[in-house]
Design a protein around this ligand. Structure first.
Ligand SMILES: CC(=O)SCCNC(=O)CCNC(=O)[C@H](O)C(C)(C)COP(=O)(O)OP(=O)(O)OC[C@H]1O[C@@H](n2cnc3c(N)ncnc32)[C@H](O)[C@@H]1OP(=O)(O)O
Ligand SMILES: O=C([O-])CC(=O)C(=O)O
Length: 369
């Protein structure tokens, strides 16, 4: 009997490099950042401390964290040439394209002259990304040139303050904090791998991050949170959701926010963001979207043994905080920047150009007639 060959399409199951940043699904469903369990980090940390951990190797003490947050706060102003570019991007552009252009333009204005600047350039992007998307959004949608230097002390609070024009509630700032921690890092996912390939050519950090943003944008990756929102909004109640999902499964549609390339039983981020979604639903008095989401989860598990990934309950959680759907994936960028940059640093520290081989399936050698 011939043994069935494992399906390695999409490089599945191949070890493509080494990392000390995270483990994904090593015990079936776990996630750790530099040895710390995701639940522990989500319970006890600020997002800025987790970004510091990823970028510098250890969690900061109180003094180091305060200094890092102060530095990020001091870097929030956008250069006027960048604001001019953002003002020219149309209202109907996708905000992920705005992020991509904003990051690239920052690289033109304040490029990385040497790898010694990698940490400073990353801090600048961390501070500026929420302002880039909010400045464009508020200008193109409300005609307002907002101040991107708010008093908010956290990245998540700063984003919500600029978006809504007022300080975020403590509940919303805490929900954003957890969300940013959950999205920060995930080993060799597609966008991170893209960043590492770019880094392996010894390119600059803005190129690495711009490419990663473009890769995260797709609905099979970060864009799934927006696609999940579009889907659940079509359902009127849980029974309607069940009926329509069964139809989608019958037609073999892909259902966004479910399944994963590595996890087999569950995504450890889902339970955490699901709890936040429930809390935020109570806060806004929602009686439909959260129960619809729960029913979707039940149907997918019952019918296909497919589980919610990190994106599914993020959709309703963000919606309950009055965040427009098209801004969901840019929030992912604000967080994942920490993981991407940490991988760029790691690649640079022990580099060999990433250049795999292809199995040739074209015509046999032949002569031009
Ligand atoms: C933050 C993140 O990036 S998390 C991922 C976000 N992406 C999504 O939510 C998009 C929806 N999900 C998917 O498309 C996939 O599950 C991916 C891209 C995440 C992983 O893809 P793969 O590794 O190829 O999935 P996997 O090998 O587990 O698929 C097994 C089977 O389940 C099916 N399947 C997997 N996910 C789904 C889904 N969400 N809906 C319907 N069927 C699915 C696949 O089509 C495949 O069926 P087949 O063998 O008949 O072709
Ligand atoms: O790991 C993956 O393939 C996708 C993912 O969940 C992430 O990047 O957070």
């Amino acid at each position: 009997m011939t043994e069935k060959k494992p399906n390695t399409a999409g490089l599945r199951g191949q070890v493509a490099g080494r990392t000390s940043l995270s483990t994904v699904g090593q015990s079936g469903s776990g996630l750790t950042y530099r040895g710390y369990d995701i639940q522990d980090l989500a319970d006890k940390c600020e997002f800025e401390a987790v970004a510091y951990l990823l970028l510098k190797g250890e969690l900061p003490d109180a003094k180091e964290l305060a200094a890092y947050k102060t530095k990020l706060q001091s870097l929030r102003a956008l250069p006027s040439a960048l604001k001019e570019v953002l003002e020219r991007i149309p209202k109907d552009a996708h905000p992920m394209d705005v992020m991509r252009t904003g990051c690239s333009m920052l690289g033109n204005l304040e490029g990385e002259a040497s790898f010694d600047e990698q940490q400073d350039k990353t801090d600048r992007m961390m501070a500026a990304f929420p302002g880039i998307v909010c400045y464009w959004y508020r200008y193109s949608h409300d005609g307002e040139r907002i101040d991107t230097e708010t008093e908010a002390e956290s990245v998540g609070g700063h984003f919500l303050h600029m978006l809504h024009g007022k300080p975020a509630s403590a509940l919303h700032a805490a929900a954003m904090n957890t969300s940013l921690i959950l999205y920060a890092e995930h080993e060799f996912n597609a966008s991170t791998f893209n960043a590492r390939v770019c880094a392996s050519t010894l390119s600059d950090i803005h190129s690495c991050i711009t490419g990663a943003i473009g890769t995260l944008r797709g609905p099979l990756h970060g864009g799934a949170n927006e696609a999940a929102m579009a889907m659940i909004q079509q359902f009127s109640d849980p029974d309607d959701a069940e009926q329509k999902m069964l139809g989608m499964l019958e037609r073999k549609d892909k259902i966004m926010g479910f399944g994963h390339a590595i996890y087999r039983e569950s995504d450890p981020r889902n339970g955490i963001i699901k709890q936040w979604s429930e809390k935020l639903a109570e806060d806004v008095g929602d009686t439909t979207l959260y129960p619809i989401s729960v029913r979707c989860e039940e149907v997918m598990w019952r019918e296909k043994k497919l589980f919610c990934n990190a994106d599914f309950f993020h959709a309703s959680a963000y919606h309950f905080m009055d965040i427009p759907t098209k801004l969901f994936t840019p929030i992912f960028v604000m967080s994942r920047l920490s993981g991407w940059a940490a991988h760029v640093f790691e690649q640079r520290a022990d580099n060999r150009i990433i250049r795999p081989s292809a199995e040739y399936i074209g015509p046999a050698p032949r002569k031009v007639p």
